[in-house]
Design a protein around this ligand. Structure first.
Ligand code: DAH
Length: 339
């Protein structure tokens, strides 16, 4: 029996040497120490021993059990440590790996110029108004003193939804909408999308943007118009920028003018940008026609005002030296990323 115990002890030590996992360890425990285990079987057989042998073998058996249990505990700790090491090795994070950069978006160049212009006007006390893209004939034409036989109503220019409803061809209808619900003094700009049935080329697009302006108060004159626009142009193009007014005709202003800015590329000497003129046309303006004031519910005997309308794309093109309008609408990232 003594030999048998020694054999079991060696067999257990041998088996434990080969153990790599928790499951294998448990199998070894069951094999030697379990209810039907090899050592347990020996202990069961002790009843057959003589009273003298019993304590001797009993002690040996206990020693064998303690030995095997100790070995199992050792192995258990070793297996757990190995498992932890493997897990840590697996979970290693290399904090020196460069991060993944998210591309940063930015405002469209037209929006950047719009924001700049809006800042200049709001800095002078203007508020910002909006009107609908889909307008009635009344607001887009009739109320602005554009009679039904005026060439601007030609179906070539205007997108009609029906006889009465159109896509606005200009932001000027917002003038009427603001006058209808605002008592003077009025100082507002109205940026927005406008639509004209034009074929697309480098300088034409069926959709583009205007910024309308309207100032109404007692005693407003052409000098206020000129002073305001001069301040805006200096804000946009720098302190050396000048403007000039050329007589023109718009049905909703009297007198009317086209406004040029001194060429910001050559300062007025004449260059490729201004086609040798030294001046670049940037907007239409004038004193609000008395008929238009009346339509808006404002007494032309008491109040006067000026209005202007500028093309956002045109201003952005000159500001950035862009020679093709289509670039603004194609949304090519190679273009947009330059702003
Ligand atoms: N609405 C005109 C256009 O689209 C631009 C314009 C001219 C607006 C003179 C005005 C103005 O307010 O006074 O061509």
């Amino acid at each position: 029996m003594k030999e048998q115990l020694e054999k079991i002890r060696q067999a257990a030590a041998h088996a434990l040497d080969a153990v790599e996992t928790g499951e294998a360890l448990e199998a070894v425990r069951v094999r030697f120490l379990g209810k039907k285990g090899e050592l347990t079987a020996v202990l069961r057989g002790m009843g057959a021993l003589t009273p003298e042998e019993r304590p001797v073998i009993g002690q040996l058996a206990n020693e064998a059990r303690t030995y095997i249990e100790g070995k199992i505990e050792e192995k258990k700790a070793a297996v757990a440590a190995k498992k932890r090491e493997a897990k840590l090795a697996n979970e290693v994070i290399d904090v020196t790996v460069p991060g993944r950069r998210k591309p940063v978006g930015r405002l469209h160049p037209l929006h950047q110029v719009l924001n700049e212009i809006t800042d200049i006007f709001t800095g002078m006390g203007f508020s910002v108004a909006e009107g609908p893209d889909i307008e009635t004939d009344y607001y887009n034409f009739e109320a602005l003193n554009i009679p039904s036989d005026h060439p601007a109503r030609d179906t070539q220019d205007t997108f009609y939804i029906n006889d009465n409803i159109i896509l606005r061809t200009q932001t000027s209808p917002v003038q009427i909408r603001v006058m209808e619900h605002t008592k003077p003094p009025i100082r507002m700009i109205a940026p927005g999308r406008v639509f004209r049935s034009d074929a697309v080329d480098a300088t034409h697009s069926p959709v583009f943007h205007q910024i309308e302006g309207l100032v109404i108060d007692k005693g407003i004159t052409m000098a206020d118009l000129k002073g305001t626009l001069e301040a805006v142009v200096k804000g946009l193009y720098g302190p050396d920028a000048k403007i000039r007014l050329r007589p023109h005709h718009f049905p909703f202003t009297e007198p009317s003018a086209e406004v040029d800015v001194s060429c910001f590329a050559c300062g007025g000497k004449g260059c490729g940008m201004c086609k040798g003129e030294g001046w670049i046309e940037i907007l239409g303006a004038g004193m609000v026609h008395p008929k238009v004031l009346k339509v808006g519910g404002i007494d032309p005997e008491v109040y006067s005002g000026f209005a202007f309308g500028l093309g956002l794309e045109r201003i952005a093109m000159f500001k950035y030296g862009i020679d093709d309008l289509r670039l603004f609408f194609e949304n090519d990232l190679r273009f947009l990323r330059q702003f």
